[in-house]
Design a protein around this ligand. Sequence first.
Ligand SMILES: Cc1ncc(COP(=O)(O)O)c(C=O)c1O
Length: 359
Amino acid sequence: MARIFNFSAGPAALPLSVLEQAQSEMLDFQGSGMSVMEMSHRSKEFVAVAAKAESDFRSLLGVSDDYHVLFLQGGATTQFAAIPMNLTAPGDVVDYIDTGSWSAKAIKEAGKYCQVNVAASSKSSNYSYIPAVDTWRTSDNARYLHICSNETIGGVQFKEFPELAAPLVADMSSDFLSRPVNVDQFALIYGGAQKNLGPAGLTMVVVRKDLCGQARHETPGTLDYALQADADSMSNTPPTYAWYLAGLVFEWLQQQGGLDAMAATNQRKADKLYAVVDNSNFYQSPVQPDVRSNMNVPFTMPDDSLDAEFVSGALERGMSGLKGHRSVGGMRASIYNAVPEEAVDALITYMHEFENEHG
Ligand SMILES: Cc1ncc(COP(=O)(O)O)c(C=O)c1O
């Protein structure tokens, strides 16, 4: 079997044991004589899979009964619109913090529905830092304050979360379940599954119940949080197979010791990679040290003509997905939960070799 060390930003690596379990259950799920893929979402087997995934997710992240947990479709991008549709009326003001490409996309989409105040932005510094909270120019009447907890492209991550008056909304697409968070600090957390939770096709929303039920009239029913919560996320056919796989990932996370253990491993993986960058005159990080992401590690070399050679040499050594995003160039190693520490060690060995050869 030829498995590769997969550093892709998403869709991304899944735990091998999860894939093996899915493989073993592919043709006959628990004696049902069919794959989960072929099963009615109303069947007792699937309803049990769905409920177990929700309860495991709640216990991993510590989500109380004050919140709905929704298993939706459409990606985080659809939530960029669904959030203002559910939480605001036309003319309402919302605050956004602009820390990278994904914040910027969320801002642009929200602007179709309400008045967006960009309370702080690091754009003029190429998104290399997070503006200090005491410099944010928030509005008095904002319906919510939106942040992106981890900018997948720029590699910038909030290490702690602001406690301000407006309800806090966070796009956690690329650091969901990579570390514990205090859910009670948030009004809404959302993210696509395809980095840390499972395959593409599933979008998770954790939303405080008291904020639901006032969606705009024109909100599509599938995006109305109250309607979806009433229907246990099955107001239409949900992404059943992705939901099942996410459930397997949640079980795997529990076996790893939960989010505290995951966070410790992720910190160790990131620290050793950044140490290589910091101890070299060859590699550079574009991000200020205090906000460097533990999930997405961008780095550059003195001459971008070396990029293609770095990527092809990596592939020869069994490592893929290292090319930086087309908008920023350079390299990017995404080291999500399911990327094993051996993969990071292999990358480090290769980085030393490459530097010796070209530095
Ligand atoms: C932080 C962040 N937000 C939003 C998105 C968009 O997610 P989707 O493609 O699931 O709509 C991504 C995708 O990479 C992301 O990394």
